[in-house]
Design a protein around this ligand. Structure first.
Ligand code: KG4
Ligand code: ZN
Length: 332
């Protein structure tokens, strides 16, 4: 089965043709156009600007991903995300479904991030599985009992982890998005140099809160005129990683999943990947860890195509007449 994936929920226009064969996925072609340069001048993503860029780019990128091939299924991100941005992908997919008479699948963006793990060359995923999804818009712990069966067990009460990276990055003078730049700067720093707070690390639930950490960084930077950007970056990154890993392990110990997964843009963070791997193997060895390949961490279309494959297998299609973009679509 060949699946065309389309993703336009935020600031990446992404398309891919993925082939599913005996439980293995091959990305035949994928295209991703990041709008970062377009939004940089505004210091963040402007929905209207994003939607216009998606509208210009989506069909040329669909054509490039297909390169003359016809998909068996079309999978598109229908939410959550920016409504005007989502609508471009959804309307494009609906139109193609009508014109080609090819079945259509609506994919939840967070679900897509979870399915990024099925693109790993070395994967060990048995259900129930626990997924930590960390991106610019989301920080969620999801228990997946089976394909399409999700339970949201924890989420951020304020800022997402990636958003916190980006905001502190801005304070340090990094361009948007600050996450990868902080991570790069942190390599030369001491993670124990500054004792930033670890919000909610000991709370008796699986929720997160990162607004206080951002404020703590803001005050610290105001109080200290001279500092090492590397030390601030490393200490801040360590605080976020500590909280994310501690909460995931706590959830694993309660829900006893057979496997643990990571996803979302922040899943590209080297320290988080290493810390989660170390902690799962020592503190929750009964769970097998799968990490998504780097190309499947930031918003991308292969992950949407893979999620679409599992919907198609269960014949969970949505008619082009009925599909709608839902900016607040919750996975569970
Ligand atoms: O999943 P994604 O592309 O978009 C959303 O759905 O939000 O995630 C983008 C987020 C940004 O906040 C970016 O700063 C963060 O992922 N990010 C990172 C790294 N690479 C991307 N954060 C920390 N370390 C990284 N290496
Ligand atoms: Zn995302």
């Amino acid at each position: 089965m060949k699946i065309l994936g389309i993703e336009t929920s935020c600031d990446d226009t992404a398309t891919a043709l993925v082939e599913a064969k005996r439980g293995r996925f091959t990305v035949i072609r994928e295209r991703r156009s990041s709008q970062i340069d377009l939004h940089k001048q505004y210091g963040g993503i402007v929905p209207e600007v994003a939607a216009r860029a998606h509208a210009e780019l989506v069909m040329p990128l669909v054509e490039e991903a297909l390169d003359g091939e016809q998909p068996d299924v079309i999978a598109v991100t229908a939410g959550p995300g920016l409504i005007t941005a989502l609508m471009v992908g959804v309307q494009t997919a609906a139109t193609l479904s009508y014109a080609w008479n090819v079945p259509l699948v609506a994919v939840n963006h967070i679900e897509g991030h979870v399915y990024g793990n099925w693109l790993a060359s070395k994967k060990n995923i048995a259900f129930p599985a626990l997924a930590l999804i960390v991106s610019g818009g989301h920080t969620e712990l999801i228990l997946m009992r089976d394909h399409g069966n999700y339970k949201l067990i924890g989420k951020t009460r304020d800022d997402a982890a990636g958003e916190c990276f980006d905001k502190v990055g801005k304070l340090l003078g990094f361009e948007y998005p600050g996450g990868p730049k902080i991570s790069e700067a942190a390599k030369g720093g001491n993670p124990a140099a500054i004792a930033f707070p670890r919000p909610m690390i000991h709370s008796d639930d699986y929720d997160f809160s990162f607004a206080g950490l951002k404020t703590a960084a803001l005050y610290w930077l105001r109080e200290h005129k001279r500092y090492s950007i590397a030390d601030v970056s490393a200490s801040f990154e360590q605080a976020i990683v500590d909280v994310l890993v501690a909460k995931t392990i706590r959830a694993a110990n309660e829900y006893k999943p057979k496997s643990v997964m990571l996803g979302g843009g922040v899943a590209a963070n080297t320290k988080l990947r290493a810390a989660l791997a170390a902690s799962v193997s020592t503190d929750y060895p009964e769970g097998a860890l799968t990490l998504p390949p780097l190309f499947a961490t930031v918003d991308n279309a292969p992950m949407i195509a893979v999620a679409g494959y599992f919907h198609a297998k269960r014949k969970d299609f949505t008619s082009w007449k009925k599909i709608t973009a839902d900016p607040n679509w919750r996975i569970a």
